[in-house]
Every structure is written in C-alpha cells, then in structure tokens.
Design a protein around this ligand. Structure first.
Ligand code: CP
Length: 306
C-alpha cells in the first residue's frame, strides 16, 4: 500500500505531488462511502482524535468531526473559549494534558502561523493543521483541488484565479502550492494593498483587474476580505471593494466560456460575491463543503497508517 511521506499534515509546502495524488485518490473512494446508505467504515475504530480549535470555525471543525465519526474514531472537541487557556495555560500544556487522556491525533486551528509546526516538534501524536493564522490551510486546498478534479476531470493544465484578500489568506498560499504541484497555472487578483509585494517569486501571475482574471481562468476561487486580521485600512470602504472586485452572476454569464466559481467560505454576500453569483449554476461552493468530509477522511486515514 502507498503511504504519505510525512506523519503530520502541517502544510501543502511539505507534501510531494504523489502525496497530493494519494490523498485525492483516497478521498474519491471515501466520497463513495459517505454517499452510501451506511456512511461509516471501521477504519479508525481504535483511534482517538482531539479537535483543538483556538479560532472560530464552522466548516472545518464540523467537517473534521464528521470525517472522524464516519471513520469510527473516538472524538473529543476543545474550544479555547471556555477552557483553562483563559486561566493562562500554555498551548503545549493544554495539548499534553489532552494527550494524557490517551489521544492519538491532534487536529488544530490556531491564530499563530507555525503553531502546528511547533506542536509537531514537541508531541508524539500526529498533528493536522486546520488553519494557522495567515500561513496555511492544507485541507482546504486539498478539498479545493478535489472539487476541481470532480468538476473538470483534472487539475493539471487548468488556469486558476485566486481573487480577493491574498495578503491575509492561508487558503491562498496553500492553494498556490497545491495547484502548482499538480501542474496548474495560478493568477492572484485583488487590490495592490491586498497582494504581497513579491508574490510573483512564487511563479504566479498578478492582476489588479477582476475582469481580466475572469477572462483568463477556468476556475475563479474567490476569497473574503479578512477584516479580523487587518490592523489598518487596505481600501476605502467595503462598498468600493465590491464595486471594483465584487463578482456578480451577470459578469459570469457574460464571459465567452463557462468558468467554475469557488469560495472557501464564509462568504460575505454583497462584498466579494453577489448572492445571485454565489447561488448560481457557476458555483460549486456547497460541493466544496461536501468534498471536505471525504478529503479529511482520506488525510486522517492515511496519517493513521504511519
Ligand atoms: N473554509 C473554512 O476554513 O471555513 P471555517 O472558518 O468555517 O472553518
């Protein structure tokens, strides 16, 4: 049996192209499983997983929990709010106390970039990064690639435009690595203030014109403005952002050829996407969410074999 080259999933940067293909191929099998009347398999019956979330989440947390339950793992959930973190307990003490209860794997979201990498160096359990600050969100990028595969057959050779707040987005960085490793071309598009200065060094195209990006791409992956991570004003107002960078159904309908619309969520309706675009036939946003469970099942299953 093929196995991953790493015992943690900390970022896409650390994965090989064959790791990515192995995860996506395994996810395809799990997607069939979760669409059966009996959605559960006994693969992780003796494994206990803790979902440790120091930052808010809807999709990622529920998706990991469902993936774990579909694999028959035992699951515990930890939220920093309401925990002893509020009394000053450190990250490492918190996690070591969770591990003392015979937990085998930690899925962690944290606002500090590198927090899961730090943890992986200090604990014996497998660590899965569920988003670390503005750094990486590897399972989001994997589920995005899985969704492109399902819709367009392959990722290789496709043109993907990532549109929005690139500077503050962990989804953007993980997607750039994931798409390029599979042979896709990537463009980032947004206001100059929301695109890191030297991002072209990663081999991506840069545009500040949303219509140019939409005309160029096969897939538009639209990101929200992360106001919670912005200490200064990067553009005059949300209304102005929406005017210059917002995408409507009409803009998509008027393109010469159909493109696929993606968004990792949560959507700020009326800012980066109008509601009619988000809910249009161009959109595969809810397919991404469905695919997230299968992709996370694949990640957890493959890590548990190591
Ligand atoms: N896409 C994503 O990470 O969503 P949540 O913040 O709700 O988990």
């Amino acid at each position: 049996m093929q196995s991953l080259s790493t015992r943690h999933l900390l970022g896409i940067k650390d994965l090989t192209e064959s790791d990515i293909h192995l995860i996506l191929d395994t996810a395809k099998e799990f997607k069939e499983v979760i669409n059966r009347p009996i959605k559960k398999v006994p693969s992780l019956r003796d494994i206990t997983i803790a979902n440790v979330f120091f930052e808010n989440s809807t999709r990622t947390r529920l998706s990991f929990e469902l993936a774990e339950k579909r694999l028959s793992a035992d699951v515990v959930n930890f939220s920093a709010s309401g925990s002893s973190v509020k009394k000053g307990e450190t990250l490492l003490d918190t996690v070591n106390n969770i591990l003392a209860m015979k937990v085998d794997m930690i899925v962690m979201r944290h606002s500090s970039p590198g927090a899961p990498h730090f943890l992986a160096k200090h604990i014996p359990a497998n660590v899965v990064n569920a988003g670390d600050g503005t750094h990486e969100h590897p399972t989001q990028a994997l589920l995005d690639s899985f969704s492109i595969r399902q819709k367009l057959g392959d990722v290789a050779g496709k043109r993907v435009a990532i549109i929005g707040d690139i500077t503050h987005s962990r989804v953007a960085l993980s997607n750039i690595f994931c798409l390029q490793k599979q042979g896709a071309e990537v463009m980032v598009c947004g206001p100059a203030t929301l695109i890191p200065k030297h991002i072209d060094a990663l081999g991506v195209r840069v545009s500040h014109d949303v219509r140019e990006a939409l005309n160029w791409c096969d897939v538009a992956n639209v990101l929200r403005i992360q106001l919670e991570r912005q200490q200064i004003k990067y553009f005059p107002s949300l209304r102005e952002y929406s005017l210059y960078f917002g995408i409507s159904k009409q803009m998509l309908d008027e393109l010469d050829r159909p493109i696929v619309l993606m968004h990792p969520g949560p959507i700020n309706r009326g800012v980066e996407l109008t509601s009619d675009a988000a809910d249009s036939p161009h959109s595969i946003i809810l397919d991404q969410v469905e695919n997230g469970v299968a992709v996370r099942m694949a990640v957890l299953y493959l890590l548990a074999q190591l």
